[in-house]
Design a protein around this ligand. Structure first.
Ligand SMILES: Cc1cc2nc3c(=O)[nH]c(=O)nc-3n(C[C@H](O)[C@H](O)[C@H](O)COP(=O)(O)OP(=O)(O)OC[C@H]3O[C@@H](n4cnc5c(N)ncnc54)[C@H](O)[C@@H]3O)c2cc1C
Length: 366
């Protein structure tokens, strides 16, 4: 055996585990089938702008341990996520707050806003919401639902809100303050210089082989290490023996534009049903860029199918049951640890994936 650990996947989970294992004196080989490290947080420099290739990533956490850990590898800027909603050209502040209510109804005080929502809730008269539409109306009333929730959600899921289960939105964040900060997190920001440079620092001194697919070279790679840390899709590890787990995916249309400021904000959500994309990201605003050009990405939500990137696990009964079957198989694999968003088939924010990798490393390396 040449290595103590073979880490499959140079995303955040793999990078944290590899960094911890190296710090504990273990020998580690990291592989990734892509031609770069970072997994989905990868950023690529275009005209000096760090472009978030697999979707916009904003770091936010309440976990001090995670914050102290990650800031060893990058300095973070003061970026605060304050997305704007564009509904047929009308702009609203997000998350729903006093600026939103003032624009929507002309109300000025929190009491007026509360009354307006209560009035619309009562008028809808929904006692037991049967679907997402009824759930949203019973939470925030009809105006917010019609202009800011309905179109966006239907584009995201590719189905009418009346056909979506109510549990998808158990609550909707409503603030009766003038606070546009989307995340209620103690720590928030973007790593200065991009996520890729941060992950490269985490992997310093560790052998990394890119363009290597574990599943295509399994026997050969397994023979190289005592243990495997697998962060790829759990169903692919078992040859899809029970079938494919479902995902929602996103298609990005990225353009370099000859203007220094296209939309004045990093994130604009298009909440009407007619605009085919859900959001436009203008990457330079994550780092307060002053480059003469700009890069924007339009995001189109789409159904996942084999061959395209899996993004959001579908947490319904059918997929939950399928995952449970794969998990049972995974629990029997003595040599392999399964970690990260794909191997655990769950949506993980970056801080949660770091916390989970730190925990796994502590358990494993103790
Ligand atoms: C669109 C989108 C936006 C997001 N925005 C945010 C945000 O704003 N803030 C936030 O905190 N989180 C965000 N997240 C979550 C964040 O992306 C994840 O927490 C993080 O990327 C998970 O890291 P990971 O290592 O588990 O997975 P990944 O980053 O997917 O890494 C897995 C790696 O394994 C590799 N791999 C897979 N199979 C194989 C194989 N057979 N052989 C070799 N390599 C393989 C893949 O190529 C990949 O590089 C977002 C997620 C999405 C989908």
């Amino acid at each position: 055996m040449k290595f103590d650990y073979l880490v499959v996947g140079a995303g955040l989970f793999g990078a944290v585990f590899a960094e911890r294992a190296k710090a504990a004196g273990k020998s580690v080989l990291v592989i990734d089938k892509r031609d770069h490290v970072g997994g989905n947080i990868y950023t690529e420099s275009v005209e000096g702008i760090n472009v978030h290739k697999y979707g916009a990533h904003i770091f936010h956490t309440n976990n001090k341990e995670v914050w102290q850990y990650i800031t060893r590898f990058a300095e973070f800027n003061r970026y605060t996520n304050s997305p704007v909603a564009n509904y047929h050209g009308e702009l609203y502040s997000l998350p729903f707050n006093m600026y939103t209510f003032n624009k929507m109804w002309g109300v000025v005080t929190p009491d007026e806003a509360r009354d307006k929502i209560a009035e619309q809730r009562a008028a809808a008269g929904i006692t037991e919401p049967k679907n997402l539409e009824e759930q949203a109306i019973s939470l925030v009333g009809t105006d917010i639902y019609e202009r800011l929730v309905k179109g966006y959600t239907e584009k995201q899921w590719g189905r009418p809100c009346t056909a979506l289960p109510s549990f998808i939105i158990r609550r909707l964040p409503v603030r009766f303050t003038f606070d546009n900060n989307y995340f209620n997190a103690l720590y928030q920001g973007i790593p200065i210089g991009g996520y890729t440079a941060m992950v490269e620092r985490m992997l310093e001194g560790i052998e990394v082989r890119l363009g290597v697919d574990y599943l295509e070279n399994r026997a050969e790679l397994d023979a190289l290490a005592d243990k495997v840390v697998y962060t790829g899709p759990i169903d692919s590890y078992f040859g899809y023996c029970y079938g494919y787990l479902g995902y929602r995916s996103v298609r990005f249309e990225t353009e370099l534009l000859d203007t220094d400021n296209y939309q004045g904000n990093a994130v604009i959500n298009y909440t009407d049903r007619e605009t085919p994309y859900t959001r436009i990201i203008e990457h330079k605003h994550f780092e307060f860029g002053s480059q003469p050009k700009t890069v924007i990405s339009k995001e189109y939500s789409q159904e996942w199918q084999p061959g395209i990137e899996p993004y959001y696990p579908i947490n319904d009964e059918e997929n939950g049951a399928l995952y449970a079957k794969y998990k049972e198989l995974a629990d029997k694999e003595n040599k392999t640890i399964f970690g990260g968003r794909l191997a655990q088939y769950r949506y993980y924010d970056m801080d949660a994936v770091i916390a989970s990798a730190l925990e796994e490393a502590e358990r494993e390396l103790a």
